[in-house]
Design a protein around this ligand. Sequence first.
Ligand code: KG4
Ligand code: ZN
Length: 336
Amino acid sequence: MILLPIILAIESSCDDTAAAVCKGGIMLSNIIASQKVHEKYGGVVPELASRAHMQNIVPVVDTALRQVSVSLSELDAIAFTQAPGLIGSLLVGAQFAKSLALSLNKPLIAVHHMQAHVLANLIDDPKPSFPYLCLTVSGGHTQIVVCKSPYDLQVIGETRDDAAGEAFDKSAKLLGLPYPGGPLIDKHAATGNSKRFSFPEPNIPELDFSFSGLKTSILYFLQNEKNKNSNFIEENLSDICASIQQRIVSILLNKLVKATKQTGITNVCIAGGVSANSGLRTALKEVGEKRNWNTFIPKFEYCTDNAAMIAITAHYKYLKQEFADLNISPSARAEW
Ligand code: KG4
Ligand code: ZN
């Protein structure tokens, strides 16, 4: 078996077309083409995403290989995101990876997108030691995962309705901010008073999350205030954003604290697009210092959807020779 396998990884589960090349688990290139076409629709349009993937995939893969002067014949395996995601988007990456593997006669590696988010923490130093907890917070998912090894990942908590990123984006929409609103709430929150308005924390059992009640309470709160003052949002935007952000962050952190107590694990990581949120980063650092956790946040390019996380997951699968059959199909939903 090759000890330092060179792997090409492709990610196309949503609206980013990405390719990465890694050698022996060291990331050599990580290329991403984000799709701007969805902005004016206020969310990802699946059909447009598939078409954009078809336009982007060849140049993105080509750039990832050229940038590090790796030729197709030098590849030891081709990896791709098999699930979960938008089926039309997944199909483009899957068909491309399968065709390449077939034509080059190289093994194919199928990767679970959410497991890859968790293993993104193993790309760069300092890496968490096992076992670690990972809070994955993105536009589609909110999960707490115990990672005992790259081959042993267990979901111990997840959202019952909206994801944390959706909570940010839907709140932003209620405030009249464009999609995706998460980064804008973060920006306005920086100058706001987070104690000015109070939103309820849901009472959800165990380590699960819920964000739909928060969205409804924000909706009623804004309707009520706007009835009294039609300029309420404009006049109080930063305080509203800071208060919403504070509540979303406290919901996430409180469950994380509960998870560390329940499992006894104090290596704590975050992943997913929402881990870019400055309120969440600061709170994780503060809570971590107070509770003696070892905290880890991957580089931002490894937090949002990317192919490097697919490549690192594929690297571990390669070491165990966990290859996929060429008749494998992508899947919108997936068991863990
Ligand atoms: O992981 P990601 O790039 O894509 C997937 O959903 O898979 O996450 C995107 C989500 C969006 O909901 C976006 O609003 C949110 O991450 N996000 C943020 C910030 N940056 C991105 N939410 C809050 N604060 C941010 N700074
Ligand atoms: Zn993702």
